[in-house]
Design a protein around this ligand. Sequence first.
Ligand code: AMP
Ligand code: ZN
Length: 154
Amino acid sequence: MQSPTDCIFCAIVSGRAAAAIVYRDEHLTAFLDLFPVVPGHLLIVPNRHAKGLTELDADAASRMVAVAQRLAAAVRRSQTPCEGINLFMAEGPVAGQTVFHCHLHLLPRHGDDGFHVGGSFLNRLNPGRDQLDALAASLRSALSTLEATAEHTE
Ligand code: AMP
Ligand code: ZN
């Protein structure tokens, strides 16, 4: 896909917009979030525009996690307070995505950082074994349909 001219993360990747870049290779760029929720809040983005995880190619998706792992180790060695880490990704407005160029948030966490994982993440449903088994069966079926389609197109 061509880089959309109105995409702020494409502008950062291409150097048309400023950012505090921490890591860059031919596939990915990582930079500090302009409005961090905690100090050291990083964004890891593919250099090639993709709207969300679904559109991202599998290679870029796995590279994102590998880079997050290296950055997590770097943050722990740096002066940024870090006793733990959260990774977060939103796809679609309903999930809270506001910039529509796929990105992985890396949040260095420490005891007094004032960041709280949303209340609804702590309020759990209690679906029961039958419902979980039925849902798992429908997801397995969707997965094998996807895999069969991929085999035909390879
Ligand atoms: P999300 O809400 O998951 O789509 O996250 C988008 C993130 O991009 C937010 O955390 C914003 O603070 C951050 N952001 C928006 N514009 C910029 C920018 N120009 N430079 C760095 N981070 C940005
Ligand atoms: Zn983009």
